[in-house]
Design a binder for this molecule. Structure first.
Ligand SMILES: *[C@@H]1O[C@H](CO)[C@@H](O)[C@H](O)[C@H]1NC(C)=O
Ligand SMILES: *[C@@H]1O[C@H](CO)[C@@H](O)[C@H](O)[C@H]1NC(C)=O
Ligand SMILES: *[C@@H]1O[C@H](CO)[C@@H](O)[C@H](O)[C@H]1NC(C)=O
Ligand SMILES: *[C@@H]1O[C@H](CO)[C@@H](O)[C@H](O)[C@H]1NC(C)=O
Ligand SMILES: *[C@@H]1O[C@H](CO)[C@@H](O)[C@H](O)[C@H]1NC(C)=O
Ligand SMILES: *[C@@H]1O[C@H](CO)[C@@H](O)[C@H](O)[C@H]1NC(C)=O
Ligand SMILES: [Zn+2]
Length: 431
């Protein structure tokens, strides 16, 4: 008979103990969970997250041709990122990627990069919740969500140090040396994806000059997407700490976009930073992953490079495929909670969230300030390293050509003069 079952179960001391335990376990673990949740919230309020890489601006171009007036970034849901989700994720500062497709190399890469910088600046000016900042002090000072700009892919400077400096003047504070293509001066981790500049190996002499100039002006060097040899060479020569704005550990997922141990050790020595990417393909080398897989990369990178060299660069809106439980920027707290559960200490997580990046940024600014006496580099890449098909070489201008354009100027002046006379004439008619 059914009613006798409970009597049977409660029949011995042993059974009662087991049942009590069975009933209490969910309460014990949910008590721990809610305590961890509280600790997570407290930590993230105190140390709002600085995220190293978000490709939202690329999606704004792809989906809306940068027409901000047509969308509301607070609640936009065609992207993984919106302002509400960033707030829910306790994000205090976001590096927005001004990303330019490799297929624009030697074509309109510079214009496209400028337009991405423009859309980031417009969005950060138009929304009260956001503020564009360009220094470590700016991040610390603002009570808003700090916007920072990073250019992804060195092809965006078209092998020109003048262009690099102008990007800095526009507020860009890191540049990835490559995306998925070699530039004439730096080698990518994505072999064979693009056919341009197949012969580039590691960093060329001009590449070293780019690194020196970035050190001099205070532009953070981002090594995500560069080949191992490029990273090694940069670590060998950079005077300032460098970052990987969105990369994970090669030991846990053997792909070239991740970082092998010797480079993790190099980052430790350089006092640089690895901002861990969440993309499932990089984290788990497959289409699915969970929070635990991502946390493994934090444990691993910390064990090789030290917790002072660990940060977060989620790569939201840059790729398809995020781990279960980390689908968008509102989910960052789940990761912090998992790391707390694994025994990470509060001060270590304060570093991961914020302090480690601020340390790197301040050091980059210090290296800049120490070189205040150095003049801007006037190095140029040699012509035979470039694919010149889309370049105008001003050295080849004949005086005849210059005169010709002078002639056009004169023609323009004549038209302007006639126009002015007409305007004066009509203006007088109405006095
Ligand atoms: C996404 O946003 C649009 C426009 O604001 C709204 O109509 C739609 O219901 C939203 N979809 C979801 C899944 O929230
Ligand atoms: C940060 O705040 C301090 C104190 O108010 C101020 O002197 C400084 O100019 C601010 N710096 C920036 C970059 O906003
Ligand atoms: C140079 O650029 C042109 C135009 O993009 C391209 O067709 C050509 O293959 C390039 N040459 C080399 C050697 O990369
Ligand atoms: C990296 O550089 C080393 C030393 O120059 C060289 O032997 C090796 O082939 C390079 N690796 C790749 C993948 O090019
Ligand atoms: C680092 O620099 C030294 C000389 O300063 C050089 O001998 C060595 O090959 C460089 N290593 C790499 C990986 O570039
Ligand atoms: C996460 O996925 C791994 C396999 O990658 C699995 O072993 C583990 O149990 C999963 N953890 C959770 C909490 O789902
Ligand atoms: Zn990327």
């Amino acid at each position: 008979m059914v009613w006798k079952m409970p009597l049977f179960l409660f029949g011995t001391q042993m059974s009662i103990k087991w049942i009590l335990l069975f009933v209490l376990i969910p309460f014990i673990s949910s008590y721990n969970d809610s305590e961890l949740e509280l600790r997570t919230m407290r930590l993230m309020k105190q140390s709002p997250l600085i995220d190293g890489h978000n490709d939202f601006a690329l999606q704004i171009r792809r989906l809306y041709q940068n027409k901000l007036s047509r969308i509301n970034l607070r609640i936009l849901n065609s992207t993984r990122t919106n302002i509400k989700k960033l707030k829910d994720g306790y994000v205090g500062a976001q590096f927005w990627s001004a990303y330019v497709l490799c297929s624009s190399q030697d074509k309109d890469a510079v214009r496209l990069a400028l337009e991405q910088i423009d859309v980031i600046k417009r969005m950060c000016n138009e929304y009260d919740e956001l503020e564009l900042v360009t220094s470590s002090e700016g991040i610390v000072n603002t009570s808003k969500l700090a916007c920072l700009i990073g250019v992804e892919g060195g092809h965006a400077i078209d092998s020109s140090l003048g262009t690099l400096r102008m990007f800095y003047d526009l507020g860009v504070r890191y540049m990835g040396l490559t995306h998925t293509c070699n530039t004439p001066w730096a080698e990518t981790s994505s072999y064979g994806v693009h056919s341009s500049y197949q012969d580039t190996k590691s960093l060329t002499d001009f590449g070293k000059e780019v690194v020196k100039e970035m050190n001099r002006i205070g532009m953070i060097i981002d090594l995500s997407h560069t080949s191992f040899n490029t990273s090694r060479e940069v670590l060998n020569i950079s005077k300032a700490p460098v970052i990987f704005s969105h990369s994970a550990a090669f030991a846990l997922c053997n792909i070239n976009r991740n970082i092998p141990d010797d480079i993790l050790k190099g980052i430790k020595k350089n006092k640089g930073l690895v901002m861990v990417n969440f993309h499932t393909q990089f984290v788990a080398c497959q289409k699915t992953a969970n929070i635990s897989d991502v946390a493994d990369h934090f444990d691993y990178i910390s064990s090789i490079a030290g917790f002072q060299s660990v940060g977060i660069g989620g790569d939201y809106d840059g790729v398809n495929g995020f781990p279960r439980g980390l689908e968008d920027p509102s989910k960052y707290p789940s990761l912090i909670q998992e790391l707390l559960r694994r025994g990470w200490k509060d001060n270590e997580l304060e570093g991961v969230l914020r302090a480690n990046f601020l340390r790197v940024f301040r050091e980059v600014e210090k290296v800049r300030d120490e070189q205040i006496y150095m003049k801007p580099s006037e190095e140029e890449i040699s012509a035979d390293e470039l694919n010149y098909s889309c370049r105008l070489d001003l050295r080849s201008f004949e005086p005849k050509n210059l005169q010709k354009s002078g002639g056009q100027e004169k023609g323009r002046s004549m038209i302007d003069l006639i126009l002015s006379i007409w305007i004066i004439f009509f203006a007088n008619m109405f006095v």
